[in-house]
Design a protein around this ligand. Structure first.
Ligand code: HEC
Length: 136
């Protein structure tokens, strides 16, 4: 029992720490990294670079920590607190679409890959329209 409490405390502490360590500056950097990742993917989709899609997909999934591995509730104002679930859900969808995009490209289903790219972009835009002014 004692071990379990210690464990739970340790876990709570580490969550608190990681949230505290992930600064606004880092979040903006990850947002910019996501934008660069989209640029890399697009190079492949317009036929300019064969492997950029893979590079972009990796970069994008990595930078999603801006949305899913950090407790966004920490920096959200109260009226936007529900955006926490929204952010995690969005990160999950972006991951699914990214995987589907790579698969479609590998199967030479280029229009499907472009559709998936569009769905990723929609996720970015719909959040920006909804909560861009959080933590101004
Ligand atoms: C769940 C919400 C959410 C999603 C999804 C999201 N963003 Fe953002 N984004 C934000 C918020 C909030 C800010 C402003 C951050 C701040 O001021 O702390 C921002 C800022 C940015 C910025 C501005 C960075 C700067 O230097 O000022 C870029 C670029 C950006 N996002 C790109 C993207 C891209 C690309 C995607 C999709 C792959 C994306 N974002 C998905 C919420 C989101």
């Amino acid at each position: 029992m004692k071990t379990m409490i210690t464990l739970a405390l340790a876990m709570m502490l580490s969550t608190a720490l990681s949230a505290a360590q992930y600064t606004k500056k880092e979040r903006l950097e990850d947002m910019r990294a996501m934008t660069n990742a989209l640029g890399h993917m697009q190079k492949t989709l317009v036929g300019q670079c064969k492997t950029c899609l893979y590079k972009g997909a990796e970069e994008l999934v990595l930078a999603l920590r801006a949305l899913d591995s950090v407790d966004v509730e920490d920096y959200l104002p109260k009226e936007q607190a529900s955006a926490h679930k929204f952010a995690t859900k969005t990160a999950k969808s972006i991951k699914v679409y990214t995987k589907a995009m790579v698969k479609a490209y590998d199967e030479k289903d280029y229009f499907e890959a472009i559709d998936m790219y569009g769905l990723i972009l929609n996720q970015c835009a719909s959040c920006h329209m909804r909560v861009r002014d959080w933590n101004k």
